[in-house]
Design a binder for this molecule. Structure first.
Ligand code: HDE
Length: 752
């Protein structure tokens, strides 16, 4: 067969389609093998062999490329053709009967081009339409055979390729990145026992308990149907009408109104599987499990004023951030942690683990780290990969199984179903980004756009003509966990599902004061946009059950007095295991404390003192931060130092909200120029009010005064994260600046 593969490897013409020979090779100096020729030449489902798992990827790439290589195209040095390979002589003019005559129906080149164009959009996702994705690898810390036989965990150090898509929920495909919303965190593991999709969110709980309510929830949060407003936002009547009538959503509302709803970056969010799943080991023993992704960069957020302003400054803020980091070789990384517990333990909890509006507090079941995920390659093509990737909760592998969470049950159906209309038919598994690296063999046939060329006449089972193949694997394959069931068929909910407030209160009580302020701010903003007073009041009466303080503060912003508490569905008092969980505060999630990839704005103008800027610039580069030189205009500035400083961005095109920190230069003349720019004050004031780290060297301290950040240029009492320095102690102040930058934000200052 090797000979045969070599012979049929390429139709000579087809080979050209796949680009230059070296398009398939790893970058120079990298020793890892590129995908084998057998893989390149194979049909999609027959020889996408699992040899591609288990090996480390070379930097900037990873082994999933194997399934994609077949379809990668590179047009450089190629001739222009129709879709059927016919060379095109003229791509500028349609075919006409005479230069001023009518266009001809015969013009198959024009018609093919326009027809294809007419059909190049597909339906966007019903929810999570706006997203960004990247390739990467997951590496297991250890084998986990005690709990599961799932392929990624069978060996210490085992590498499994992944493709991960992050998203907002409510907005349409072209909507803003920094809306207040839940974020999707969907991971496709290409395991050697088939694809496993862990389709999670950045918040560990959900608005509803039963899939039956999902279409209602989504209809309520999406733009209102009569006028199509608002885009990518929950601050409107229908959303709050619905959730105020659904007290089970209160816990998730607390998270969504907190800073978790406005992450700084996809790279700085946690991910959660949300539902309770099962791990099943080779002996068939099952444990319950909750999945947690924890970013090494820490979990960090924006503040609302900043998020709203970023929407104007850069619609693609999160997409760009993820893309740029990966292009720069700053691969984002998460640790996967598991909360593993038995059914007996679950039975003893004060809440029901089948209820997706509840967490399992880490005080009860600690999170056990089991592996790490690194995203190390951007997609080649947004549509082919990020848009066409189809995540489905039904995609589990042997060793992973479902619990009876009724929300999960609906999802197992919904995702496969929606792909059929979104991607145009039942063969979406053959789209390269979705195709497993494990071989696919079954008797399913045909359908729209079938690509696999099945050989032989047998497409049924049992058969003798095909030697009984493909054969069942019995115990070796996926076996559903045989949970005993013996109850009446009913529509209803278990008792503990009726407790809608205990964990909302737990979340509130676990926040620091500034986090509580932000939650109040979130509720105030959203509810003040609601036009129907009765909805505001109803929501407030629900919040009284979470915390009287919360309700009181929100009421103030709405000009209301605190109403009576909404009657609870569960009358008896719940006795929770914990009333505070420090792990629920963002302050518990600083990450490694590095400042890598943090963007630091440095303002420049002719006449600044360049040497101190050059020294700070070098210090920032050394620790992996990203200094960005910003001037009144692009290009070199006169700064008195040997090495020219060059502004790469302008005050006009890059407002302060796009940066994590700010450095203002010394030099009277330059500071005067900056002071005269109309954007400077706002740049600094936003940085100050949003709690960013700021360093003003020498003369520029007066810019801080005019922006309202300090009272006097000689002031000694400085707010958190605010530094003024003379040129001489620069190294020391630079180090303090970097340390302050690693705190992400100084929330006790200004409006932050
Ligand atoms: Fe989804 N969800 N969902 N969801 N969801 C979709 O599938 C659905 C839920 C999540 O990047 C859709 O391919 C139902 C919880 C993510 O492509 C759809 C219910 C969680 C993504 C769908 C839920 C999620 C989706 C739309 C309640 C967190 C984006 C397009 C029963 C654990 C995946 C699509 C990507 C997407 C249905 C609730 C996460 C319609 C019916 C809970 C991250 O099938």
């Amino acid at each position: 067969t090797q000979d045969l593969v070599a012979k049929i490897k390429h139709n000579a013409n087809k080979a050209l389609e796949h680009g230059h020979d070296n398009a398939l090779a790893p970058p120079p100096g990298i020793t890892a093998d590129p995908p084998s020729e057998a893989v390149t030449a194979s049909t999609l489902s027959e020889t996408n062999i699992s040899a591609k798992t288990g090996a480390a990827a070379y930097p900037g790439s990873n082994e999933t490329i194997g399934t994609l290589v077949r379809v990668r195209a590179d047009a450089s040095a190629q001739r222009l053709t129709t879709n059927h390979g016919v060379p095109i002589g003229d791509n500028q003019n349609s075919l006409k009967a005479g230069l001023r005559g009518p266009a001809l129906l015969e013009d198959f080149i024009l018609r093919e081009k326009v027809t294809h164009f007419d059909h190049e959009r597909i339906p966007e996702r019903i929810v999570h339409a706006r997203g960004s994705a990247a390739h990467g690898i997951f590496t297991a810390y250890d084998e986990l055979s005690e709990f599961t036989r799932a392929a990624p965990f069978t060996e210490k150090g085992k590498v499994t390729p992944v493709f991960v898509r992050f998203s907002t929920v409510a907005g349409e495909r072209g909507s803003v990145d920094t809306a207040r919303d839940i974020r999707g965190f969907a991971v496709k593991f290409y395991t050697d026992e088939g694809n496993w999709d862990l389709v999670g969110n950045n918040i560990p709980v959900f608005f509803i308990q039963d899939a039956m309510k999902f279409p209602d929830l989504v209809h309520a949060v999406k733009p209102e149907p009569h006028n199509g407003m608002p885009q990518a936002g929950s601050a409107h009547d229908t959303f709050w009408d619905f959730v105020s009538l659904m007290p089970e959503s209160t816990h998730t509302l607390m998270w969504a109104m907190s800073d978790r709803g406005i992450p700084r970056s996809y790279r700085m969010m946690q991910g959660f599987g949300v539902h309770t799943f099962r791990l099943v080991n080779a002996q068939g023993v099952s444990h319950f499990v909750k999945f947690h992704w924890k970013p090494l960069l820490g979990t960090h957020s924006l503040v609302w004023d900043e998020a709203a302003k970023i929407q104007g400054a850069d619609n693609d803020f999160h997409r760009r951030d993820l893309w740029d980091a990966i292009e720069a070789g700053e691969y984002p990384e998460w640790e996967l942690g598991l909360q593993i517990f038995t059914e007996e333990q679950a039975d003893g909890f004060s809440f029901d683990v089948l209820d997706s509006t509840k967490i399992v507090p880490e005080e009860l079941i600690p999170v056990r780290p089991v592996g790490r995920m690194v995203l190390n390659r951007n997609p080649d093509n947004f549509f082919a990969e990020t848009e066409q990737v189809a995540f489905c909760t039904a995609h589990v592998v042997p060793g992973i199984d479902f619990s009876n969470d009724p929300l999960l049950a609906g999802r197992i159906h919904s995702y496969v179903d929606t792909q059929i209309s979104r991607l145009g038919g039942p063969n979406f598994h053959e789209i390269p980004i979705n195709s497993p690296i494990a071989p696919v063999h079954n008797n399913q046939r045909d359908g729209m756009h079938r690509q696999t060329v099945h050989r032989g006449k047998v497409a049924y089972e049992p058969n003798s003509l095909g030697g009984g193949c493909p054969f069942q694997t019995g115990e070796m394959g996926f076996v559903s966990f045989p949970q005993r069931v013996s109850e009446d068929k009913v529509r209803g909910k278990p008792e503990k599902f009726a407790d809608h407030y205990t964990q909302a209160t737990l979340f509130w009580e676990s926040q620091t004061d500034w986090e509580k302020d932000h939650i109040v701010g979130g509720f105030r903003f959203e509810l003040s946009k609601v036009t129907v007073p009765a909805i505001r009041e109803r929501m407030l009466s629900s919040l009284v059950n979470v915390s009287k303080d919360l309700a009181k503060e929100v009421a103030k912003g709405l000009g209301l007095s605190v109403p009576k508490a909404m009657p609870k569905a569960l009358s008896e008092k719940v006795d929770p295991e914990v009333t505070q969980s420090p792990a629920l505060s963002l302050t518990a999630l600083p990450g490694t404390g590095e400042v890598r990839t943090r963007k630091v704005a440095i303002l420049l103008a002719d006449g600044i003192e360049g040497d101190s800027i050059a020294r700070l610039h070098a210090m920032l580069i050394k620790v992996g931060a990203v200094p960005v030189l910003i001037g009144p205009q692009l290009g070199a500035v006169k700064a008195g130092n040997k090495q020219a400083l060059e502004a790469k961005a302008t005050l006009e095109n890059s407002p302060g909200v796009l940066f994590d920190a700010l450095i203002l230069p010394d030099g009277e003349a330059g500071v005067e120029v900056l002071a005269a720019q109309k954007q400077t004050n706002e740049f600094i004031a936003n940085q100050y009010n949003h709690g960013k780290t700021i360093l003003a060297i020498g003369a520029s301290s007066k810019l801080l005064v005019s922006a309202g950040a300090v009272k006097s240029a000689s002031g000694t009492k400085m707010a958190d994260g605010l530094f003024m320095a003379a040129g001489k102690d620069l190294e020391k102040v630079g180090a303090s600046f970097i340390d302050a930058l690693s705190k992400h934000r100084h929330p006790l200052r200004g409006g932050a």
